[in-house]
Write a protein that binds this ligand. Structure first.
Ligand SMILES: Cc1cc2nc3c(=O)[nH]c(=O)nc-3n(C[C@H](O)[C@H](O)[C@H](O)COP(=O)(O)O)c2cc1C
Length: 425
């Protein structure tokens, strides 16, 4: 099939930036010699799907409603790529576009189930489903709705069994140049205009001077990313807190990076205060000096208690940081029983660290993927301590006991230096 793009244009009267998006899509198609047909989707869309499944059972492959929906299904089946141009509404497509896609896409799928990457899907009715690209327009910059929009397009693509997908969002303030840049990056299949390797910033949030567990976890991510062609630049939040120059270098590197991650210990149920102080300053810095482009961000929390639920609140804080600092949130990894991994590379723990390594690598993969992640990939992954609670507790107690032994004998773990004399014990 000769390459041909079907553009479902739900932008309506979207002003200069909307016009720039249309022009940029036409320009991209022309530059590749691809034919490109625009279909205007009215704000009311097609009459809603009735959920009767006739397109699978009574008239297989065709909707029973005899209207423009039939032509839309045919056009999608005959295209090599579908490009959605839409305002972003509640993080998703404009309702008119949703209505039209609900009507047009279902008939092009088969009713049967099949498993793809662990998730149930319907096979496509046709042997070569089109690629799917989504380009959204927002009034203001809003990384959370942009992230949601991109992940919805990824999920649509997986439902349609599209061989490739891409998505991006431009806001009105970014103007015509912003519109052209987003179209280029989305339709370019993530192929980067220059040949430089991906640049990722690793933020280390443990106040420990020599790394600790957070550094072990971060190092594992760094090794994986380096093995996949990225260049990783680590920065310590503790150092940035002490030194203005170090803060500036870190903030600048973050602005130019393609993505970032943060690894930190849980302190008193949250991100350590020293790290929060620097993260807050980073938010302010990035409000003044916006990053060069869209950037993904994930966080790794580790806690001393064996239950990874202790990482939930700190990871939720990281999600807020991502929103306020204009990163696309890729989710977090919460590692319970952090003490187990103290002092050695993560891989040296063999099967005991296998689940943690898998989770870290899954998040790292999102940073280097040219395609936006599906929503299911951006949730938090909680990894419990792999040892039975009693064993972990016994090891921890033994560790404290050993540390209590000074050269003058065992110190009193139960000492009460602030006990009020005469108060009942
Ligand atoms: C001041 C302080 C507060 C802590 N609070 C918690 C906590 O609330 N919950 C928890 O599970 N672990 C807590 N921990 C344990 C650390 O999260 C744990 O030791 C972690 O593995 C340290 O990581 P690091 O080596 O990267 O610094 C705390 C540790 C310190 C020093």
């Amino acid at each position: 099939m000769a390459e041909n793009w079907l553009v479902l244009d739900a932008l309506g009267a979207a002003g200069e930036v909307g016009e720039a998006l249309r022009k940029a899509v036409q320009g991209e198609a022309a530059s590749r010699g691809v034919s490109c047909r625009f279909v205007t989707i009215p704000s009311s869309g097609l009459p809603s799907c009735r959920g009767c499944f006739s397109c699978w059972t009574k008239t297989p492959g065709q909707c029973r409603l005899a209207d423009d929906g039939l032509g839309l299904s045919a056009s999608i089946a005959a295209s090599t790529a579908v490009v959605l141009l839409t305002p972003v509404v509640l993080g998703g497509h404009a309702p008119g576009l949703r209505l039209s896609m609900e009507r047009a896409v279902l008939p092009n799928l088969l009713p049967y189930f099949s498993k793809i990457d662990g998730r149930s899907r319907h096979p496509n009715r046709y042997p070569s489903p089109p690629a799917l690209y989504g380009i959204g327009l927002t009034v203001e910059r809003d990384p959370e709705s942009a992230g949601l929009f991109c992940s919805l397009v990824a999920r649509n693509a997986s439902n349609m069994r599209s061989p490739r997908h891409g998505a991006g969002v431009v806001c009105r303030a970014e103007g015509e140049a912003g519109a052209a840049a987003v179209v280029k990056s989305v339709l370019g299949d993530g192929v980067r205009p220059d040949a430089r390797p991906l640049s990722i910033v690793a933020l280390l949030g443990s106040p420990k001077p020599r790394g600790g567990v957070s550094a072990s976890l971060a190092n594992h991510v760094q090794a994986w990313l380096t093995g996949h062609g990225a260049v990783v630049r680590p920065f310590s939040l503790a150092a940035a807190r002490q030194d203005e120059e170090a803060f500036g270098a870190m903030a600048e590197a973050l602005g130019e990076a393609d993505g970032a991650y943060l690894s930190f210990p849980v302190y008193a149920d949250a991100i350590p205060g020293a790290a929060v102080e620097v993260l807050e300053r980073l938010c302010a810095y990035r409000r003044e000096i916006a990053p060069d482009g869209a950037q993904g961000f994930f966080a790794v929390a580790n806690c001393g208690f064996p239950e990874p639920a202790n990482c939930e609140a700190p990871l939720a804080m990281c999600r807020l940081f991502a929103r306020q600092a204009d990163f696309a949130w890729l989710g977090g990894v919460g590692v319970g029983g952090g003490g187990l991994y103290e002092g050695r590379p993560l891989s040296s723990f063999g099967f005991l660290s296998a689940a943690a390594r898998r989770a870290l690598e899954a998040k790292a993969a999102l940073l280097v993927s040219p395609m936006p992640p599906d929503l299911a990939q951006t949730g938090d992954i909680l990894i419990p301590c792999p040892l039975p609670d009693r064993v972990y507790q016994w090891m921890a107690d033994r560790g404290w006991q050993k540390a209590l032994g000074g050269k003058d004998g065992i110190r009193d773990a139960l000492a009460r230096p602030y006990a009020v004399p005469g108060a009942s014990s």
